[in-house]
Write a protein that binds this ligand. Sequence first.
Ligand code: ATP
Length: 288
Amino acid sequence: MQRVEERAYAKINIGLDVLRRRPDGYHEVKMIMQTVDICDDLMLERTSGPGIQLKTDNAQLPTNRDNLICRAAALLMEEKKIAEGVKITLTKRIPIAAGMAGGSSDAAATMRGLNTLFDMGYSEKDLQRLGVKLGADIPYCIVGGTMLSEGIGEILTPLPAPPKAHLVVAKPDINVSTAFVYGNLHVERLKDHPDIDGMAKALSQGDLQGVCERMGNVLETVTVKEYPVIDQIKNLMREMGAANALMSGSGPTVFGIFTDSKQAQAAAAAMEEHALAGQIFVTGFYAV
Ligand code: ATP
């Protein structure tokens, strides 16, 4: 095979809890991940000379080893001692530094693509085991869908997808560092923890209302304090009819869940009118 195309989907966390900080510095999480219909496109092509080349339409992104795509490619090519090279072309749509696992999803797509391109023979489990070395969200991004994610993100349990709904995803024009947010989280001081088990149960009953009632993200305690615009976006989404709205991951992206498509469109328009977010999407859950 000379060339492979892969899609890298963004995720949101419909529930995100942090249980404790481990002695090694990692945080033990309990979260529900959901793929959304916003994606990057990757094209992977064999080259006769050695090396990893990355091209992208987004000038903000590094194209060297600072890009997770190059790190993921190097990891697999070195493991399998591939002498040939690869050229990867990335079309970027997922908001950057947004809490939507854009980089992790690109890395996971790179691993899947290279596995096919060079017939590496890795199983999904192998790719997840290798991917976690580069980032805690990568094991999830290898498979996607609706998952309970525990441990540091490597213990994954599939859940039923939520019932169909309309999503408004809004990324304000600020970039949030995941390291800053986790670094400033005081787990022992958290008063409220989202009911993740209850949310998993609501999913298994196909109860969208039950899911929405239990939405919560403990990382909001850090990011919202720093960036009040997140609360403004959440409030506007609720005023415009969202069943609920929440920050995704470490933020600053906010998503609102709507049962009515017209209300979702109107909420997106209102967000634009109030200039609360530079990137706004009206989309839905993506079932893998
Ligand atoms: P997460 O939800 O996993 O915390 P995120 O959405 O907060 O992810 P990313 O978009 O993955 O964050 O990017 C975070 C940083 O990683 C950016 O500052 C960016 O420069 C760097 N980065 C490296 N590779 C990529 C990539 N392929 N796409 C996006 N960002 C990348």
